[in-house]
Structure formats: C-alpha cells, structure tokens
Design a protein around this ligand. Structure first.
Ligand code: NDP
Length: 467
C-alpha cells in the first residue's frame, strides 16, 4: 500500500517535505518546505550577490568553479548514494551521473576566460561586442536526473557571471541542497547559489513571475513548460525549456542487428524509462522484425530490476505511485504486450520493462510521452517511411539510426527533425556537445559551448575614433 508522496503536496499549510525512497516507500528525510516567501528571500540574496559575482575577475571565477568541481568530486560517492536512494536509480548510474556533474563544472570553469566577443568593421570608429551576464536566473529542475540536470544549468549560469536560484523537484530535492552546502564549502560567495525546495506551483511559479529574475531555465513536462513560457511573457523573461520527447530508434535491415537489439532496451528502460531522451519508439524494418524481437527479448529477460543500491541492478522503481499509475494506463488489457521483464513485488513503485509490438504510430502509446519502461516497436518499410514515422510526433529531442550504410545514415540524420541524434549508438548527451529539442521538445540548447549563449546578453559598443 503506497504511503504518502512528498507531504508538501498535502496542502499549503505543510511546513515540511517528507522525501520518500521510491524503492521502499519509506521516508528518507524530512526537510523544511519553502514557499513564495522563501523564494523572494532567495531572489533578494541573489540580487545582493550579483554585482560582486559579475565583477570577479575571469581567472578567479574560473578558480572558484574548479574548487567547486573538486569539492563535488570529493563527495561523489555519498552524493551518488543519496541520489540513488532518493530517485530510485541504480547506484552505478548514479555514480556515472556524479562524474558528469563534476565534468560539467570543470568544463564551464574554463568558460570565464573564453567569453569572447567580436570586433565588427564599421565607419567612423571601432565596434565591439561583449557577452554580459543576465543577472539573477531561476533554474527549475525535474526529479529524473536531479543533480545532473541542475549542473547543466548552474555551471554555465555561474560561469557567465549570473547569480542563481535553483528550485529542484519536490520529490528529489536532497542533492540540490547538498550542492548548496558543498558550494559554500568550496568558497562560492554567499548568495551566488541559492536553493529553494518547495512546490513548483509556489516556488517555481514565483521565480517565473518575479520581476527581478531575468531568465528561467526549465526542464520538465511540455505542459508545465508551456505555462512557464506564458507566465514569463509578463516580464519578458528569457526562457529556455528542455521538455518531453518521444524519440525514434530507427533500425534498418542492414544494421548490425545484434548490437541494435542488445542496446535498444537500455535506451528505453534506462532510469526506468523516466528519461526525456528515451528511444521509446523503436522503428524496425519489417523484414528483420522477428529476428530483432528474438534478440531484444534475450536482453530484456536478462535485465536485473531491483534494489537501486545493488551493484548488479540495471533498473530501479518508478519515482512515485502517481508515476506508476500514469505508466500503467498505457499497458491496459488488450495492449499488444510482446515482451515483459520481471520486477519485484511488495513495497516500492515497481513496473516491469515492457515491450509493445506491433504498435501503430497513431496509437496513444506511440504518441504520448509515457515516461516509464514501456517501448513501442513500430514496423516500417523503407527509408522514406522510416523518416515519415520518426518525424510524425509533436516532439523532437533525440533519436538513433542503425545502419551499415554511411550515406543512408547521414541522409536520415539530416531528414529527422530532432536535436540530438546518434548513429549506431544510443547516446545523446555529452558535456561538451549541445543538447536540446526541436518542436515541442523545447527552446534553446544546454551543454557544450552553446549553453553560454542562453546565460548571456550580447552588448554592442561603438567607439567613435575621429580621423
Ligand atoms: P513537471 O513538469 O511538473 O515538473 C518539473 C519541475 O517543474 C519540478 O521542479 C516542478 O516542481 C516544477 N513545476 C511544476 N509546476 C510548476 C509551475 N506551475 N511553475 C513552475 N515550476 C513548476 O513534471 P512532473 O513531475 O509533473 O512529471 C510529469 C511528466 O513530465 C512526466 O511524466 C514526464 O512526461 C514529464 N517530465 C519530463 C522531464 C524531462 O526530463 N523532460 C522531467 C520530468 C518530467 P514540483 O514537482 O516540486 O512541484
């Protein structure tokens, strides 16, 4: 019998958030619950800290961010354990995520000395551009990759000279609060990074509406993203949005089928499918469909689903009872379940890895982001149909192409309306390369050199030089 969700959801009068462990449904920790007042206070601290932080010399800002990366690295294992318990993710995945957090701070630690401008030839003088910080930025992050996604936003925002108010998801606020503590220890000046742990409808909304917040960077559902874009219009805030996905994993008959089928399950069931990059539509050329399904079944059968803290676990529970209910609705009686893996019974928000086949791209399971371990296998005939089906979605975040034909791989990659693609691989996210979506998967890019554009304004200065 599921216990409570974060009790901050119980009503505006609640003063604490009970943070649950999804694998046990037990309370992991109780924390104070922030609301609009605490958000205003955090914005005021960030406003107070901004003039000092933007004036820090590039070398010194860089050194502080390196110190922060070092401090996180020294606490990597306890942070990974905390994340694994709070988000229900396998410990080895959590360790890899903490490595990425460290890498992300190191990557952007180099940015303050590389914030280059242009000089532009003009008549009568010298024209130059500068990249200026925006001011106070509000960062709103989800529960699926809590500290990782926070780092993608915090690191470039700070590197560019902004001060930050970070609002983590109420279900998984613990590592963000740890980051605030570690940052203080590493020497980040007071008020530069502020964390408010409270509900999106109060703290998140306040950040979006606050007149002193210059920009909001959000990762989460397309529905909330749409609301944020609307509300941000009131103060013409800059907005970047990383939203949902329904990405296609396109497997042509000439692919290395063993490799494609071996890797396809992890590309959907990783993080229990709660991944905006999940390749949850597996498009398989009809002539190899039967063989592909045989191979995929072997991998799904071998997947260890269970205790996030076990070294052998490949998939943990879903984040919450609500999420399990949502996911279950896509696998009701009559759903074409072709493969179903195993999952524990008893306490915990468990759901077995599930493959539906054959699915039409018009079916609800193929159109909506399920955000759980449910893959839809969709047969196709020929390259043209593959591209048409892959693009027939409101989303456009990531995707894969499996083929041994290099020309086809590039032709299809150019034809797909999606932001982060991989060929003969299912990886889309690297610290040094841009990440973000086409269509309703979002606006703007994170990571790589491009993220800095989203945390700066271009200023043009003309200097008259009389002859
Ligand atoms: P949300 O979009 O509701 O949550 C993401 C973040 O936004 C959380 O920090 C949340 O706070 C905050 N938030 C919620 N409402 C507002 C608001 N009105 N103003 C400002 N911030 C707000 O995602 P859910 O947790 O509800 O998940 C629902 C679905 O969203 C999933 O099933 C999945 O499809 C999608 N999703 C996609 C993600 C992605 O990586 N692209 C990540 C997470 C979810 P809080 O939760 O504390 O109230």
């Amino acid at each position: 019998m599921p216990r409570r969700q974060a009790s901050g959801r119980a009503g505006a009068a609640a003063t604490v958030i009970e943070v649950l462990e999804p694998a046990t449904e037990e309370v992991l920790r109780e924390i104070p619950r922030a609301g609009a007042r605490e958000t205003d206070e955090a914005v005021a601290r960030a406003r107070g800290a901004f003039p000092g932080w933007r004036a820090v010399e590039p070398e010194e800002r860089s050194a502080t961010l390196h110190a922060l990366a070092d401090a996180i690295e020294s606490e990597r294992e306890p942070l990974a354990t905390l994340e694994a318990r709070n988000a229900g993710k396998p410990i080895n995945d959590a360790r890899a995520e903490m490595e990425m957090v460290v890498d992300c701070f190191r990557y952007y630690a180099a940015a303050p000395q590389r914030m280059l401008g242009d000089t532009i030839p003009v008549a009568g003088g010298i024209d130059m551009t500068f990249r200026e910080p925006l001011g106070i930025v509000g960062l709103i992050t989800p529960w699926n990759f809590p500290l990782t996604i926070a780092s993608w936003k915090v690191a470039p925002a700070l590197a560019a000279g902004n001060t930050v108010v970070l609002k983590p998801a109420e279900l998984t606020p613990l590592t963000a609060l740890e980051l605030e503590r570690v940052a203080r220890k590493a020497g980040l000046p007071d008020g530069v990074l502020n964390v408010v742990a409270g509900p999106g409808s109060e703290c998140g909304q306040r950040l979006v509406e606050h007149p002193d917040v210059a920009k909001v960077a959000f990762t989460g559902s397309t529905e909330v993203g749409r609301r944020i874009a609307e509300a941000a219009a009131g103060t013409i805030k800059r907005v970047t949005l990383e939203l949902g996905g329904k990405s296609a994993n396109v497997v042509f008959a000439d692919a290395d089928l063993e490799a494609a089928a071996r890797d396809a399950p992890a590309a959907v069931f990783g993080n229990a499918g709660q991944d905006c990059c999940a390749r949850s539509r597996v498009l398989v050329e009809r002539t190899v469909l039967d063989r592909f399904m045989e191979l995929m079944e072997e991998t799904v059968d071998a997947m260890a689903v269970g205790d996030p803290l076990s070294e052998v676990t490949a998939m943990g529970p879903l984040i919450s009872a609500n999420q399990r209910e949502t996911v279950s609705a896509y696998v009701e009686d009559g759903a074409p379940v072709a493969i179903r893996g195993r999952a524990p019974t008893g306490p915990g928000f468990w759901f077995p890895p599930t493959v539906l086949c054959p699915v039409s791209n018009d079916d609800r399971a193929a159109r909506e982001e399920i955000f759980g371990p449910v893959a839809c296998v969709i047969p196709f005939e020929g390259e043209e149909e593959a591209v048409r089906i892959a693009n027939d979605t409101i989303y456009g975040l990531s995707g894969s192409i499996w083929t041994r034909d290099g020309a086809r791989a590039l032709r299809v990659a150019r034809a797909l309306d999606t932001g982060a693609l991989s060929i003969n691989s299912n990886t889309s996210v690297r610290v040094s390369t841009p990440f973000g979506g086409f269509k309703q998967s979002g606006v703007g890019r994170e990571l790589g050199p491009h993220a800095l554009d989203a945390y700066t304004e271009v200023k043009n200065v003309f200097y008259s030089v009389p002859r």
